[in-house]
Design a protein around this ligand. Structure first.
Ligand SMILES: *[C@@H]1O[C@H](CO)[C@@H](O)[C@H](O)[C@H]1NC(C)=O
Ligand SMILES: *[C@@H]1O[C@H](CO)[C@@H](O)[C@H](O)[C@H]1NC(C)=O
Ligand SMILES: *[C@@H]1O[C@H](CO)[C@@H](O)[C@H](O)[C@H]1NC(C)=O
Ligand SMILES: *[C@@H]1O[C@H](CO)[C@@H](O)[C@H](O)[C@H]1NC(C)=O
Ligand SMILES: *[C@@H]1O[C@H](CO)[C@@H](O)[C@H](O)[C@H]1NC(C)=O
Length: 409
């Protein structure tokens, strides 16, 4: 009787585990054939690249072969890809006028921060992508044309003045499906690097994001209201969240974050904008070295919603002040929404340096619910929990000094 009961339980558990991920079968992407090959000149190549993209047959890619290409905003059409070869760099010209949405606010401060087009837009597309071992450089630290400061300095001034910088995102994917980013290096983003909205089927594989940790709001990858997402074999260092799953206008669900390495940044995050819920997220084989947060879920009554079905497995953490940080009252913001964090599971987590652990629920009737299995930390770590239902426990005495590339392959 007992035997049959436990078999049933195992089956139920397996069913649950297997849905908490990208539901697609995702394999390493293949670079599409080129429809045309472009060589760099020394001028502004926006028109040349855009014309080539517009003429390219579906299923093929415009190839930037070598040298430095300078460009203003580009749109990658449906079914078409951009291929930046190793040896080629695509630089975003730091001229706010090129990105302006029509109100002449790009490159200035205001109360909205939505005055710029992205550098690369993919919208209403199926099967588009950005490929290659080359680099896309957002030039966030370069002085803007006609101004005396860089995009990053503008962002710092926004903080001091308590308003918003109008800076371009690097890659914005909207209302699309089956989109791929493969191998590319993104650096110096003026603002978020990769931002998806209302997109179903997004594969980000083997990319590098390498941006100064002192830059503001330069999130690595932000899936927003998107589903069936895989972020695998990536190396992300930046100035804000390395990855942040958000849900401001529709749910984000079925996310697989596999075999990655995160350096400086604000960690592997969910939130804070989760009004429509974030569910079924698997984070496996992750090394974190140096971000100020490790595994983080943050929300509050102002931006709250349900976070459920999140599993972290095989994570190794070093040099992180807050290795695990779960806060339902983030920044103490008030509002009418109710955040709820349930079904959060930690399996085989190793933290090799001292840090602070936070589990902060909203109330005893709405606690954080987490399960700890094989969580190993070092001595002198500080655990703070309130309104938290924690099953399982952690052990002190984690050994080793570096994670190496435990997860990242
Ligand atoms: C996610 O992928 C699965 C498997 O391909 C598919 O059945 C499902 O419809 C997709 N979900 C969304 C929201 O597109
Ligand atoms: C893309 O989606 C974002 C977030 O939902 C939105 O702010 C932006 O205006 C959209 N852009 C386009 C070109 O549709
Ligand atoms: C990640 O990328 C950075 C910047 O390119 C590089 O210095 C670092 O060695 C990479 N880390 C791993 C684990 O490959
Ligand atoms: C995690 O890494 C292990 C060891 O390299 C590997 O066997 C396993 O397939 C990886 N897990 C995932 C989900 O990729
Ligand atoms: C755990 O999450 C799954 C979805 O991932 C959901 O079906 C289930 O009801 C949740 N369990 C609890 C106790 O909330």
């Amino acid at each position: 009787m007992l035997g049959r009961w436990s078999i049933l339980c195992v089956a139920v558990v397996l069913l649950h585990v297997s849905s908490a991920r990208d539901l697609r079968t995702v394999t390493e992407p293949k670079i599409p054939q080129s429809c045309t090959v472009l060589k760099a000149t020394s001028g502004d190549e926006t028109t040349t690249i855009q014309n080539a993209l517009d003429k390219c047959a579906k299923g093929k890619a415009v190839e930037l072969s070598s040298g430095t290409f300078s460009s203003g905003p580009l749109t990658v059409p449906s079914g078409v890809s951009l291929l930046v070869n190793s040896g080629a760099t695509l630089k975003a010209i730091p001229n706010p006028a090129l990105y302006d949405e029509g109100k002449k606010t790009c490159g200035t401060l205001d109360n909205y921060g939505v005055g710029c087009k992205p550098f690369i837009t993919i919208r209403g597309a199926t099967g588009s992508g950005i490929y290659g071992k080359g680099t896309i450089d957002g030039q966030g630290g370069e002085t803007m044309t006609g101004k005396s400061e860089s995009w990053w300095k503008l962002a710092r001034r926004a903080k001091a003045k308590n308003n918003f910088q109008n800076n371009p995102k690097m890659i914005q994917v909207n209302d699309s499906s089956d989109i791929t980013l493969y191998q590319i290096t993104l650096k110096n983003g003026p603002y978020y690097h990769v931002y998806s909205s209302n997109t179903y089927g997004l594969t980000i594989w083997g990319i590098t994001i390498d941006t100064s940790p002192s830059s503001r709001n330069t999130d690595g990858v932000d899936p927003m209201g998107s589903q069936n997402i895989t972020i695998a074999h990536c190396n992300i260092s930046t100035g804000d969240d390395n990855v942040a799953n958000k849900a401001m206008d529709r749910p984000t669900a079925h996310v697989s974050i596999l075999n990655n390495h995160f350096g400086r940044g604000h960690g592997m995050s969910i939130g804070s904008e989760i009004m429509y819920g974030v569910s079924d997220v698997t984070v496996s084989n992750l090394t974190l070295d140096g971000p100020n947060y490790g595994l983080r879920i943050k929300s509050n009554r102002y931006r709250g919603g349900v976070v459920t079905g999140v599993t972290y497995t095989n994570v190794c953490i070093t040099n992180v002040k807050n290795p695990i940080f779960m806060d339902m009252n983030y920044e103490r913001r008030t509002g009418k929404l109710t955040p709820s964090f349930q079904n959060i599971t930690f399996n085989n987590i190793k933290v090799l340096t001292e840090g602070d652990y936070t589990f902060n629920g909203l109330s005893d009737s709405n606690p954080i619910e987490v399960t700890l299995n094989d969580v190993h930390v070092v001595k002198n770590s500080k655990w703070v929990s309130s309104h938290a239902k924690i099953s399982g426990t952690y052990e002190e005495g984690a050994t080793g000094t570096t994670c190496g590339n435990a997860g990242y392959q």
